[in-house]
Design a protein around this ligand. Sequence first.
Ligand code: AHG
Ligand code: MN
Ligand code: MN
Length: 328
Amino acid sequence: MIGMTLTKFLLEEQRRYPGSTGNFTSLFADLVMAAKIISREVNRAGLIDILGATGGKNTHGEEVQKLDEFANKTIINTLENGGHLAGMASEESENIIKIDGKYPKGNYLLLFDPLDGSSNIDVNISVGTIFSILRCEGGCDATDKEFLRPGVDQVAAGYILYGSSTMFVYTTGHGVHGFTLDPGVGEFLLSHENIKIPEKGKIYSINEGNSRYWLPGTSSYIEKVKRDEKGFTGRYVGSLVSDFHRNLLKGGIFLYPADAKSKKGKLRLLYEANPLSFVVEQAGGRASTGDKRILDIVPEELHQRTPLIIGSRDDVLEAEGFWRNQKV
Ligand code: AHG
Ligand code: MN
Ligand code: MN
């Protein structure tokens, strides 16, 4: 199967699991198209005058990079007219994106972080797109309520990593598969079939610059990790999707816990934590807030933040012991 195109692989998957529909396969085709366009633009970022901030701020008061906006628009434009979606939600759009009445409406909702790790663009470090797909229930009116569903309801999720090569990694609940873009033929080819995260890892990823804000549980866990005889090594790129991908393949733990500065954590539940948690669980790993499984959280708002501890099963299990019953 190695070398098979993503499109063919999806059709095979559709045959193997009769529950899958053609609609879904073709929604993915639109997503792949958007990914290729963003990948091309990210690769050209140093060549064209697209670097730097636009001067605007996004919903969260953060500086918006030009490529953030480009990626956001590309995904919206490529998917709004495909007939598969009832609506979209994006990190870069404050409100739900409804499908214009002039286009056919479908049964799925797409939630995404168009460009994760965007502060790294200017310094040529890997960034990515993270996505989550829900099948809408009821009338598919794309109301807030329809988007506010726990991660266990996701029908597909994944990410596209714009790194030294571009990779498309996804799950539909039947394992995790990774495809690498062959720029010569413009196709994503199967390179990592049925990815499994090692049960224990040696990598820990956390922003240690926040240590003065840490809760006692975080400090004791990191102290413990540093003294662990298995010999942990610290790795933190600052693009969640890149840190996650490395730990998925090599084994390890990524932590962005709640602290005195970010009382609810920093990362967003619906389009950062949920999709990566679905992927990690499908790969045999674990994702938690410290005392709760991420995928069980019932969201209250679209841009809700959550603490995130994610990675190798045994490492996350051990870490949870340090956060349990701890209040901010
Ligand atoms: P985004 O670029 O989509 O706003 O996400 C940035 C996130 C995430 O990618 C990364 O893990 C985290 O911010 C880094 O935060 P710190 O700089 O606070 O460590
Ligand atoms: Mn992000
Ligand atoms: Mn982003």
